[in-house]
Design a protein. Structure first.
Length: 587
């Protein structure tokens, strides 16, 4: 297994140590420069491709800041499924336990959906062989001595029924016809169709045709249908997509209710707050997207999420990511003395559909990011579009770059051609390569035609295109949609650094609590009746805005003592009760 040296950034201080790691590295002595110094961050940087893991830097470091770890590599003999010669390989499977929710977390392209297909019985694993098992009875025998043996044996004998809530909910209208009422009546096997419909706020949509539903409405319908079916194992593939924060918590309640009935749940989710809230155990999927994926051992939920964020699996001594994901919220910068970029007055917008938005006056200062948060259908997109329209039509000279919520590729060329067109002189710079191309992992997409990109790829390119333009204010509507956790973190850093580096500003519409918490310095809070009336507050201080928003949603958030990440308290727990009684919803 490949081994490399990694640096603890909190301990490493090259300016104080005499650069012993550079002097003793055999690769540096031969001129290959495996160890370099990042003077701006004052840490040593070790090139994973050049490092041989010899350990000389470990011995020479006076601060014990360097260690040698294993890095992910294919696990010979542990293949579960291979997609053809030189195709993607999945190693290992997660556990499935009655009365527990198993969470699966990992990057896009490392096999999460493949795992669900195998566990649901829709894909017969071949264990990496051309002539693999011909039945799930043979699969069960391959797991002799493992708790999955009993699972696959019962699956083969038809003693386990599995229900899957699919990821691609936009395809539902192609296979399911009728109104919402007709669909839930058709699938109701437990007599709880209207209880589930009420929980998922579908009462007003009962007589609407399925092909007329929005993405969020289809997601809620799919969750409702899964809930009302009778099964032993329930699988949910990215249930938070298209849902606002309140709806995500309702979905979490629905899933936990299934667990409380003694059923097994398997959950694939990129919203860490929801995954943390729902799961009892967590498996991490790591590897090389599109090449192979490895399922880790099971962890307790808190530890599993923290291990994923750290990027290091201690029990396996595996470094799966060069740097940790640090969602710890720093104190918002005091920008009271910063120049005001623009001020907007009261906004009133009415549509023929009857929806009306009223927004209170506000301002935005250079260098800051303002987050917009509230239910779906409450006017957040309308607010952003109105800001863009008013600035574009004014003589203020404020330049705007806008990324819409729904991305419809109209550019028929390659990604590189698109970014060169919108980025102009910025595209060819070293800063662009570092902060846009590398951070958003667009290198492998540059020669791809834009219309051929997947949802997540298209989102990253759209964010890159928005940030490539020379602007004073960047408007991004739901930029984390379809992105995995690492990509959301990279997107947030890209936005923050672009804004800070040129003294611009950004308004970001976001439903992911962790991304919002990390990115926003002030909050515009939306309230009202979805589809009927919306009201937007002026930009509020981050803490005040989050506290008021969470109060309206009815949840409280604490911070993990190890990572500082936001964690949703279980309703009715001691801490939840104490925080609510004190009027503190956001710690």
């Amino acid at each position: 297994m490949p081994r490399i040296a990694v640096v603890d950034a909190k301990r490493c201080k090259p300016s104080k140590c005499g650069l012993e790691c550079m002097k003793y590295c055999p690769m540096n002595k031969s001129g290959i420069e495996a160890v370099q110094i990042d003077e701006e961050r004052d840490i040593a940087v070790i090139d994973e491709e050049k490092c041989t893991g010899c350990g000389m830097c470990v011995k020479s470091c006076p601060f014990e800041a360097v260690t040698v770890v294993n890095v992910p590599a294919p696990l010979e003999g542990e293949e579960v499924h291979r997609y053809g010669v030189n195709g993607f390989v999945l190693y290992r499977l997660p556990v499935v336990r009655a009365g527990a929710a198993t969470g699966i977390i990992g990057s896009n392209g490392v096999g999460k959906t493949t795992v669900l297909k195998i566990l649901s019985g829709s894909l017969l694993p071949n264990f990496g062989k051309e002539n693999g098992p011909s039945s799930f009875n043979e699969v069960a025998s391959m797991f002799r001595g493992h708790e999955l043996q009993a699972y696959f044996k019962e699956l083969a004998e038809g003693r386990i029924k599995v229900v899957v809530k699919p990821e691609m909910i936009d395809r539902i209208p192609q296979v399911v016809k009728g109104t919402v009422r007709e669909v839930i009546d058709r699938f109701d096997e437990r007599g709880e169709a209207y209880k589930a419909a009420e929980l998922m706020e579908l009462e007003k949509l009962l007589d609407r045709s399925v092909d007329k539903l929005s993405g969020g409405e289809l997601q809620r319908l799919a969750l409702c249908v899964a809930y009302i079916r009778e099964a032993d194992v329930y699988m949910f593939d990215e249930p938070s997509n298209y849902l606002d924060v309140k709806q995500r918590m309702r979905a979490a309640k629905l899933i936990r209710d299934i667990v409380s009935r003694g059923k097994a749940v398997v959950l694939v989710e990129h919203d860490l707050a929801m995954l943390d809230y729902v799961s009892d155990i967590v498996h991490i999927l790591y590897g090389v997207p599109g090449a192979y994926g490895i399922v880790s051992q099971p962890y307790g939920t808190r530890m599993g999420v923290n291990v994923f964020l750290e990027g290091y699996l201690p029990d396996e001594n595996i470094r799966m990511r060069r740097e940790p994901i640090e969602f710890e919220k720093k104190e918002p910068a005091d920008r009271r003395g910063a120049p005001i970029l623009f001020t907007y007055g009261s906004i009133e917008v009415s549509y023929d559909s009857g929806f009306k938005l009223e927004a209170m006056p506000g301002d935005i200062r250079r260098g800051e990011v303002i987050g917009c948060v509230g239910p779906n259908g409450i006017g957040k997109t309308t607010f952003v579009v109105e800001i863009a329209r008013s600035l574009s039509s004014s003589s203020s000279g404020v330049k705007v770059s806008y990324k819409p919520q729904y991305i419809k590729p109209t550019f028929d060329g390659t990604v590189e051609e698109l970014l060169k067109t919108v980025g102009r002189g910025f595209y060819g710079t070293k800063l662009y390569q570092t902060e846009i191309i590398s951070r958003l992992e667009l290198g492998k997409l540059l020669d791809r035609r834009v219309p051929t990109l997947s949802g997540g790829e298209l989102q990253r390119v759209a964010v890159a295109a928005c940030l490539s333009r020379e602007a004073d204010i960047y408007l991004l509507d739901e930029p984390s949609a379809h992105l995995d956790v690492e990509q959301r973190y990279a997107m947030a850093k890209a936005v923050a650094r672009r804004v800070e580096s040129i003294g611009a500003a950004a308004i970001v519409v976001e439903h992911d609590i962790m991304t919002l918490d990390y990115l926003a310095e002030r909050i515009v809070l939306f309230d009202g009746e979805p589809g009927v009336y919306g009201k937007a507050s002026p930009p509020m201080p981050h803490h005040d805005g989050m506290n008021e928003f969470l109060k309206r949603v009815g949840i409280t958030i604490r911070r993990d003592p190890s990572t500082g990440r936001p964690r949703v308290n279980k309703p009715g727990s001691r801490l939840d009760r104490e925080m609510k009684s004190a009027g503190v919803y956001y710690w």
